[in-house]
Design a protein around this ligand. Structure first.
Ligand SMILES: C[S@@+](CC[C@H](N)C(=O)[O-])C[C@H]1O[C@@H](n2cnc3c(N)ncnc32)[C@H](O)[C@@H]1O
Length: 502
């Protein structure tokens, strides 16, 4: 990448106020929503005759409108048409060759506007993506961004950086970031992304999985790895952006095992992943992930957000590559996917979030938790990474306490927890009591009168044991039995961040 040309492009983009907000002002919310669905027509119609500098840039770099040298120079006055060609932004015919678009994010440090370089999408090229496609910021990228904690650390590894979006997030909270990818093209585009955002703390390295960081350790690893399960059969396109070239979910297993060798003690990894459910004795998907984690000597909190049948999974990823259902191409690919799943006895595929931690201390109790999320989550939840670190800290605080010691703790209800009660008309007592978490995983816990009473009394002043004893008197039940019932439930609420140690 030519740094001087990148600087000139950056100057043009900044001068034009090429931001998410500015573009939304220009074309409106409806066109914005259409663009998110891959439909560029409403946005194009809104800015076709506009002279605003951001509109000129959007037509060229985001909507894929061809332009002659005069129009390119008007959109990019500092870079010029020749510079745009030299940077690979446009081809000889003046058609966009790269996608450069603003991207906005907000995390614990506040809002940020970035400029992201990626390959053209299906809407711009008008057909299926080529195998070497470099992905822009998509739903999965945004989901992973929400899983990355924002506490400051020294070194972060972004494995499979693509356009560089996670490296940008990581650089906000780390002194140094190493971003790797197997694709030379991805690294070229990531370099341009970093230059356009003036980020200098990210080092780019090429290679397969952890090979570029052999022998190195990091405080934090983040990865939206190429986890998509793909048949190794003739005629199946291999998209580098989503397929790491392994059989089944072996790539996820390798990333988990590799993380153990590349985290400092106490370091954490934050991943998106798929896992297969197989028709064998040890085929349960989450149990398989648990085994990989335990064999690697790691701690983990694994959350399954979604489970698909083989047919649903195949359809998702065949369509993602731009092949339409009902076509002969689609049917050949669907056969290949289902043959591949049959060969391993796969009857379902789980998708979710994986938090890993290398134990800080060999003697401390370890947490390996796998769960299927009961409550629906927004598709791009934010702040989950920070929430999970708070949960891990709660685990560290209470896991080694026996029930007697745990009972001496004073707890307070987390500020995002509310209680909901349902009554039959005319009844005095509730038929259902639910505790709802506003942040984190937005959990809903069904509580009986005793648990609701205990949570309601957690004001940071009284110990758990004192509250349980008062409740036993009030409800006229055996104190020991009530304590035995409540303590595991209270531990779970502490672990999930709904009760906090005062
Ligand atoms: C799903 S994309 C994620 C891109 C970006 N980090 C994000 O969150 O949007 C996966 C990336 O992994 C890269 N990749 C594929 N196979 C790889 C491998 N064996 N080793 C390292 N990176 C790989 C792809 O080129 C792609 O950029």
């Amino acid at each position: 990448m030519d740094a001087a040309l990148a600087d000139r492009l950056r100057a043009d983009l900044l001068a034009a106020r090429y931001t998410v907000d500015r573009l939304r002002q220009l074309w409106g919310d409806e066109a914005d929503a259409a663009l998110a669905r891959g439909d560029r027509v409403p946005a194009l119609r809104a800015v076709r005759d506009a002279h605003d500098p951001a509109a000129l840039l959007a037509r060229l770099l985001l909507l894929g409108e061809p332009a002659d040298d005069t129009a390119i120079a008007r959109a990019l006055p500092t870079l010029g048409a020749e510079g745009a060609r030299a940077l690979g932004l446009v081809d000889a015919a003046g058609r966009a060759a790269l996608d450069v678009r603003p991207s906005a994010a907000i995390d614990a440090s506040g809002p940020v506007d970035w400029l992201i370089v990626s390959d053209l999408g299906e809407a711009q090229i008008g057909g299926p993506l080529p195998p070497e496609h470099v992905l822009g910021v998509g739903g999965a990228s945004i989901t992973l961004s929400g899983l990355i904690p924002t506490s400051p650390v020294e070194r972060v590894l972004d494995l499979g950086t693509g356009c560089g979006i996670q490296a940008l997030h990581a650089a906000r909270h780390a002194r140094a970031v190493v971003a790797t990818d197997i694709s030379a093209r991805a690294l070229e585009l990531a370099a341009l992304t970093l230059a356009l955002n003036g980020v200098t703390s990210v080092e780019l390295r090429q290679g397969d999985l952890f090979a570029p960081v052999a022998g190195e350790r990091f405080d934090r690893i983040v990865s939206n790895p190429p986890f998509v399960i793909t048949p190794r059969a003739d005629g199946v396109p291999l998209y580098e952006y989503r397929d790491g070239g392994r059989v089944g979910d072996a790539l996820v297993e390798q990333v988990i095992r590799g993380a153990a060798e590349h985290l400092v003690p106490g370091g954490t990894a934050h991943l998106l992943a798929n896992w297969e459910y197989r028709s064998t004795m040890a085929g349960d998907g989450l149990a398989r992930v648990r085994r990989w984690v335990e064999q690697a000597g790691l701690e983990a909190w694994v959350v399954e957000r979604e489970r698909q049948t083989p047919a649903e999974y195949a359809a998702t990823w065949i369509r993602d590559g731009g092949t339409r259902v009902g076509t002969p191409e689609y049917e050949a690919l669907a056969e290949a996917w289902l043959d591949d799943f049959d060969a391993r006895g796969v009857h379902a595929v789980g998708f979710g979030y994986v938090l890993l931690r290398r134990p800080a201390d060999d003697r401390a109790p370890r947490l390996v938790r796998t769960e299927v999320l009961g409550s629906p989550l927004p598709s791009a939840p934010s702040g989950i990474g920070d929430h999970l670190l708070t949960c891990l800290a709660a685990h560290d605080r209470v896991a080694s306490l026996d029930d007697a010691a745990f009972g001496t703790l004073r707890l307070a209800v987390a500020p995002d927890v509310t209680e909901e009660r349902h009554y039959w008309p005319g009844d005095d007592g509730p038929t259902v009591i639910r505790l709802r978490q506003g942040g984190g995983f937005a959990r809903t816990i069904e509580a009986d009168a005793a648990l609701a009473g205990l949570v309601g009394a957690c004001d940071g002043e009284l110990t758990i044991a004192a509250i349980a004893s008062a409740l036993a008197d009030l409800l006229e039940v055996d104190e020991g039995a009530l304590r035995a019932q409540l303590l595991p439930q209270v531990r779970e609420l502490v672990l999930c961040g709904m009760l906090r140690v005062a």
